[in-house]
Ligand binder design. Structure first.
Ligand SMILES: Cc1cc2nc3c(=O)[nH]c(=O)nc-3n(C[C@H](O)[C@H](O)[C@H](O)COP(=O)(O)OP(=O)(O)OC[C@H]3O[C@@H](n4cnc5c(N)ncnc54)[C@H](O)[C@@H]3O)c2cc1C
Length: 417
């Protein structure tokens, strides 16, 4: 039987989420209107975190994850600040072959939405503040984690103790919870850095996302919202460079940086201007060897961190949220112990295969396209041309990108738990 760490009676909670970022925050939102008692611990003060200087990323969120954000009450303000992705155009360097994915092949809805990190974080913060039944323990981190068959007791850095049925590690790539559980990683460096910034261009982007495969890595131009809507002319750039080159780009003057950017961007959208700070993200693959442990489960980047080539890291994390929330609520309704291994195994089986496949796919795509090897170039150009000409295959790829394939949890269909 588990003993409390001190004599003081600890707070009683069902699900204690460590990491109230994008994925952990969404899980809290998903569980907010269920009978489960939820707590969120984050070492950052959430109110000051979403400042402009915090992070320049914008995420391509699939249509099914937009439905999840809507179902858990996070989409409201994002409707005004996100941009639909109508089409996607993929090309290989200067090759004449390309792939064009048109959303109309599947229906009227866009393939996904570009959501800026700052707005998603603000939406999560506002919702968690409103939900009085979600207990917030920030700024704080876990000083001690003790678990046994009857529950978990967590001691926080400010001395508070919390007794929980389940501890969720949503604390990102460097997950402390993963380390506490002794869960190992499969990981390697890509020797690539993603350079992220926002640009403004002379002409509207028509809500088309562009991905160019250049020898040093993919270069993505992703449409952002803007006014007037029909002529929105801001885009998010994710420019992948080899690690040997990235530091020299960091020290360029604004004018020289713009000149380097313009070579890759090309002139199809008119005059170009960088309108944000420039951020550098070293890229690494990480995959936790398992995602469940006694009364503990990992979600989001704590469990899998992948190359941004296909914009899938957050999407996979949100799919973790949808599956875990459904598993926990089902178990609660059946009167089961939500921290029991059998319950956590259901989550593990649901998510493990898809996460493994996605991590492998992004890795292979990056290896295949981030080079200038002649025979490979010929093979992939042939591949682009063939896929572009087979309508059923294109349709399947679009449905996959929209998150509409596989065993879809209720929240991804916009249904309540
Ligand atoms: C350049 C780039 C572009 C990307 N583009 C896309 C895209 O288009 N689409 C997409 O789906 N994905 C994309 N991703 C991936 C996406 O950014 C991540 O998958 C996502 O941010 C993971 O969210 P998370 O909540 O799991 O982790 P994080 O966002 O890292 O959040 C972790 C949270 O835990 C807190 N925390 C950390 N440690 C502790 C601790 N010890 N104690 C308490 N709290 C702690 C942190 O403060 C934070 O709030 C991109 C990634 C990069 C690098």
């Amino acid at each position: 039987m588990l003993k409390y760490l001190t004599e003081k009676s600890p707070s009683e909670i069902d699900v204690l989420i460590i990491g109230g970022g994008l994925v952990g925050g969404c899980l809290a939102a998903a569980l907010a209107d269920t009978p489960l008692r939820v707590g969120v611990v984050d070492h950052a003060v959430p109110k000051i975190a979403p400042s402009n200087a915090f992070d320049g990323r914008a995420f391509a969120v699939s249509l099914s994850n937009k439905k999840l954000l809507q179902a858990v009450g996070l989409w409201g303000t994002l409707n005004e600040t996100s941009a639909p992705i109508r089409d996607i155009r993929v090309s290989d360097g200067s090759s004449m072959f390309f792939l064009h994915f048109d959303h109309k092949v599947v229906g009227e809805e866009p393939m996904g939405f570009m959501v800026e990190n700052i707005y998603l974080r603000q939406a999560i913060y506002a919702l968690l503040e409103k939900k009085k039944n979600i207990r917030k323990f920030s700024p704080n981190f876990v000083r001690h984690l003790q678990r046994d068959r009857s529950g978990a007791v967590v001691r926080l850095s400010d001395g508070q103790e919390i007794r929980a049925q389940l501890v969720v590690g949503a604390d990102g790539r460097e997950s402390q919870i993963r380390k506490e559980c002794g869960i190992g990683l499969t990981s390697w460096n890509y020797n690539q850095t993603a350079i992220v910034c926002t640009v403004q261009h002379g002409r509207g982007h028509s809500y088309i996302a562009q991905e160019r495969f250049l020898p040093s890595g993919p270069f993505a131009i992703l449409p952002l919202h803007g006014e007037p809507k029909e002529a929105a002319n801001r885009s998010s750039i994710v420019w992948t460079e080899r690690n040997e080159i990235a530091p020299s780009l960091r020290v360029l003057s604004e004018k020289d940086f713009l000149a380097e950017l313009a070579v890759r961007f090309q002139t199809f959208l008119g005059e170009l201007k960088v309108v944000s700070p420039v951020y550098f993200y070293p890229l690494k693959l990480q995959f936790a060897r398992c995602v469940i442990d006694r009364r503990t489960v990992l979600i989001g980047d704590a469990s899998h961190s992948m190359h941004p080539i296909a914009g899938q890291g957050l999407n996979m994390g949100l799919r973790d949220v949808a599956a875990l929330a459904e598993v926990l609520v089902d178990a609660y309704r059946l009167g089961m112990d939500i921290g029991d291994t059998a319950v956590l195994q259901r989550y593990n089986k649901w998510r493990r295969f898809e996460n493994t496949m996605m991590i492998a796919t992004t890795d292979v795509l990056n290896r295949l396209f981030s080079n200038n090897i002649g025979p490979l170039r010929v093979a992939r150009d042939a591949g682009l041309a063939i896929v572009n000409s087979i309508s059923p295959l294109k349709r399947h790829i679009i449905r996959h990108a929209m998150g509409l394939t596989g065993n879809v949890p209720k929240l991804l269909e916009g249904k309540p738990l």
